[in-house]
Design a protein around this ligand. Structure first.
Ligand code: UDX
Length: 433
């Protein structure tokens, strides 16, 4: 099939490349001239394991191409995926749909034959209806179908999530597009992927509901971790004990810092805002948002306690600053709250991240990037393990730190507390007494 992905951000690029690998002819379009130029040379704008090999392979076999020309690319294609950003509106909590509707207007002028227009961007319920209204102004109804096909790709695992999805959700209100979409996904269905066909509005809501539920699950265990700290219980035991109940499941029950990233913070806000619009109070999700926003302050308080409230001139080393491992994404990472707050209190901060220097900390006093783990940890007063990269899972702290008194705050529970205590390390973790 001939596919056109509009927007070569995370969603558009990963999905486009994977669809081409499944044998489709895919054009990835973006307004950003530089980005397209780089992609044509095989240079990938994001860090995603395995992506550059797939791009190179599919450019070579001529199934994947990149273009700045939306008009030409759309006219050549049968299926158009809208993959532009839907960030939170400035000063509000609803999703900003300007880019989505902008693309719909462009598409409207270029429907030269029947096309399926699909939102892959996360869009609030009824957005498909709005797109349809834009298209119908200058096109007859039998020339297009508007479909919702949300993505559930995790950063760092996106290719595997695309090829082996838990489910594929397609929301369409007509049979023709349902049939074509099922055919498009048939290679994944053949490998065992569950495929569900719903109404367009239901598919739009499934995406938000899933992300809000996962965010709730994480926040739930994070709050229980607070209780475990007061009652000398290991939260990992609670996660295992709860998770073995098949109705609950063990995934997304890892206590840690506030959840972050490009989806959970944005989508939890957007779904409550949509519900408010329909006079429905999603009070659980609202309290999840609040609890998560408080979480970084709570973890900061613990840092102050660990340092006996003497933060000024203390050397603090952050291992990892991205919102999770295997990504270079800094969006809504809890380090963006913690590092500036500690810098304001006069701490001397070094950070190491496997994905390198972060411009986000430029201009903060006494915050510097260390080129290696050993440079980051040398003669430090406190190590904060912020992100769960494999690189941080078996470090010899005694050798690396060279300080008599070693303090570690492991925000991801990567180490066994008793082993640390045996080494004379003052070890603090999350929800483990
Ligand atoms: C998420 C969804 O999982 C994906 O389906 C959706 O399409 C996009 O948003 P992503 O943002 O890449 O994916 O990251 P994810 O692995 O879900 O983690 C999100 C946040 O939750 C991170 O901050 C992570 O550290 C945190 N998390 C996750 C926990 O704190 N504990 C857990 O058990 C799992």
């Amino acid at each position: 099939m001939k596919l056109c992905m509009i927007g070569t951000g995370y969603v558009g690029l990963v999905s486009g490349v994977c669809f081409s690998d499944l044998g489709n002819e895919v054009i990835c379009v973006d307004k950003d001239i530089n980005k397209i130029k780089n992609l044509k040379d095989g240079k990938i704008p994001i860090y995603e394991p395995g992506l550059d090999e797939l791009v190179k392979k599919n450019i070579k076999n001529k199934r994947l191409s990149f273009s700045n020309d939306l008009k030409k690319s759309v006219r050549k294609s049968n299926i158009i995926f809208i993959c532009v950003g839907t960030p939170t509106k400035r000063g509000g909590s609803s999703a900003d749909l300007n880019q989505v509707f902008g693309v719909a207007k462009e598409l409207s002028k270029n429907i030269n034959k029947y096309k399926i227009i699909i939102t892959k961007s996360t869009v609030p319920v009824t957005t498909g209806d709005e797109i349809e209204k834009i298209l119908i102004k200058s096109n007859s109804r039998n020339k297009f179908s508007v479909v919702s096909n949300p993505e559930f790709l995790r950063e760092g695992e996106a290719i595997r999530d695309f090829i082996y999805p838990d489910r594929v959700v397609v929301g369409s209100n007509d049979e023709k597009s349902s049939r074509i979409l099922k055919n498009l996904y048939s290679p994944l269905i053949a490998k065992g992927a569950k495929y569900i066909n719903t109404s367009r509005r239901a598919a739009e809501l499934i995406k938000y509901a899933s992300n809000a539920f996962l965010a709730t699950k994480i926040t739930f265990i994070n709050e229980l971790a607070n209780l475990c700290e007061k009652t000398n219980i290991n939260v990992d035991d609670i996660s295992i004990g709860m998770g073995l109940d098949q109705r609950i499941g063990s995934r997304f029950l890892r206590a840690g810092p506030a959840y972050g990233g490009s989806c959970f913070p944005k989508d939890t806000k957007a779904i409550t805002s949509t519900a408010d619009k329909f006079s429905t109070n999603l009070s659980i999700i609202k309290s999840v948002i609040k609890s998560n926003e408080n979480r970084s302050q709570l973890m900061l308080k613990r840092v102050y306690q660990i340092l006996n409230n003497k933060v000024k001139n203390k050397k603090i080393s952050f291992l990892g600053v991205t919102f999770k491992a295997n990504t270079d994404d800094m969006r809504d990472s809890s380090s963006l709250i913690m590092i500036p707050a500690l810098s304001k209190k006069g701490a001397l901060i070094r950070y190491f991240d496997p994905t390198g220097y972060k411009k986000e900390f430029k201009g903060y006093k006494n915050v510097s990037f260390a080129r290696s783990i050993s440079r980051c940890l040398e003669k430090t007063d406190l190590v904060i393990i912020h992100t769960e990269w494999n690189d941080f899972k078996s470090l010899d702290f005694l050798k690396l730190i060279k300080n008599k008194k070693i303090k570690i705050y492991d925000m991801r529970n990567l180490y066994v507390p008793s082993k640390m205590t045996n080494k004379n390390v003052k070890y603090y973790s999350v929800g483990r007494g």
